[in-house]
Design a protein around this ligand. Structure first.
Ligand SMILES: NC(=O)c1ccc[n+]([C@@H]2O[C@H](COP(=O)([O-])OP(=O)(O)OC[C@H]3O[C@@H](n4cnc5c(N)ncnc54)[C@H](OP(=O)(O)O)[C@@H]3O)[C@@H](O)[C@H]2O)c1
Length: 354
């Protein structure tokens, strides 16, 4: 079975998604949407740093939606609800790099998406590394623990080598501390907190309240990342914590620590990846890190650049790996809690297409 896929934009994540689609034995790239005018008419392979593949990027949405594709891999810088509704109503399944349940987008937006999926008999799913796949690993770990009370998850990374660094400007980075940044982050990062709903759903936890906490860290000196200035005294790091409470006890805790370099104030220690713990009988612990091909996994002392460099691949691949299951799923908003187990696809080196 082959699933025909349209790639929606070819930014940092989208370019890795294209490579993931080309490498997947059950997927076929049939089209690509370009938001940037200068990308229209260009070969998608070339837009992704590959040889030409014979598929050209277009901004003709009607043509894309009527070409008989099974799925859109949606990875624009910021999701557009009207656009998502149009794709779903046209009957195309969607996998997204920034969507989990949609509850933080408000009832109206989520309701429109659910209705569009129903109308188009299409499924909508989102993943990535976090939000997305990494908290799912944490939830799976609870399977070995009896009487577990809490699942804890920490993303802890240095973002200074992250090419999409400028995306953090809207969260307050490079700007003076201000109480408004707490609310800005709560709204902008609401999708991260939605992971609590998926874990609760998977593990049968009846969450009674969701809490959010924001802390910032400033830089004592001027810094710049990919041309984005972060002057002395401005925000260069943050810690956000989403807690899913059962009465007064935290049952699911999602924590994210992002820093741009070291020597911040405060200077939270970094774990360079993901630390997950289940509190129960027994307690379960794991740490997930990433390293480039050919390099051994590194310890907590020096893996920052590798983790950030690989961020776009580990964001794109859980989304791509889910395409067959999402295309086969019942219409509606789907999560890891109601899809079959999603795995990667092994391809023998001699048969690789890219
Ligand atoms: N779940 C996770 O783990 C995770 C991790 C990282 C990122 N993400 C999310 O993945 C998405 C893609 O991230 P990214 O770093 O790849 O983003 P990006 O490179 O900054 O932008 C992606 C594309 O969005 C299009 N675009 C830019 N400005 C736009 C505008 N004003 N209106 C409409 N489209 C616009 C461009 O399309 P063209 O290709 O046509 O130029 C651009 O290439 C984001 O929503 C991000 O939050 C998720």
């Amino acid at each position: 079975m082959s699933y025909k896929v349209i790639q929606w934009t070819t930014g940092h994540v989208g370019r890795e998604a294209v490579k993931g689609i080309l490498a997947h034995p059950e997927l076929q790239l049939v089209g690509a949407y370009a938001w940037s005018k200068e990308k229209v008419g260009k070969d998608v392979g070339e837009l992704c740093g590959l040889d030409p593949i014979g598929v050209k990027a277009t901004d003709d949405v009607d043509a894309l939606l009527s070409m008989g594709a099974d799925c859109v891999c949606y990875a624009p810088g910021w999701p557009n609800i009207d656009e998502m509704v149009r794709i779903l109503e046209a009957g195309l399944n969607m996998v997204c790099s920034y969507f989990i349940t949609g509850t933080s987008w408000g009832e109206e937006a989520r309701g429109r998406l659910a209705k569009a999926a129903e109308k188009g008999r299409a499924s909508l799913f989102g993943s990535g590394i976090f939000p997305g796949f990494a908290p799912f690993i944490a939830a799976l770990m609870a399977a070995v623990s009896r009487d577990f009370r809490c699942v804890r998850f920490l993303e802890s990374v240095d973002l200074s080598p992250y090419a999409a660094f400028a995306n953090f400007a809207r969260l307050g980075w490079g700007q003076p501390p201000d109480p408004k940044w707490s609310e800005v982050n709560q709204v902008a990062l609401g999708t991260y907190g939605e992971g609590i709903e998926v874990i609760a759903d998977m593990l049968g936890i009846a969450i009674t309240e969701k809490r959010f906490k924001y802390e910032y860290a400033t830089t004592p000196n001027d810094r710049a990342f990919f041309g984005f200035p972060v002057p002395a005294g401005t925000i260069a790091g943050q810690r956000c914590t989403w807690s899913g409470m059962v009465d007064e006890s935290p049952a699911v805790v999602l924590d994210v620590v992002w820093k741009a370099g070291s020597n911040l104030q405060p200077d939270w220690p970094l774990m360079h990846g993901y630390v997950m713990e289940v509190e129960g009988n027994p307690n379960v612990h794991t740490r997930v890190t990433f390293s480039p091909p050919g390099m051994k996994t590194r310890g907590p002392s020096g893996a920052g650049a590798e983790v950030a460099d690989l961020a776009n691949i580990i964001t794109a691949m859980p989304v791509i790996s889910a395409i067959p299951a999402v295309c086969d799923a019942a219409p509606g908003i789907r999560t890891y809690a109601d899809l079959p187990l999603i795995t990667g696809r092994y391809v023998h080196a001699a048969k690789k297409r890219t």
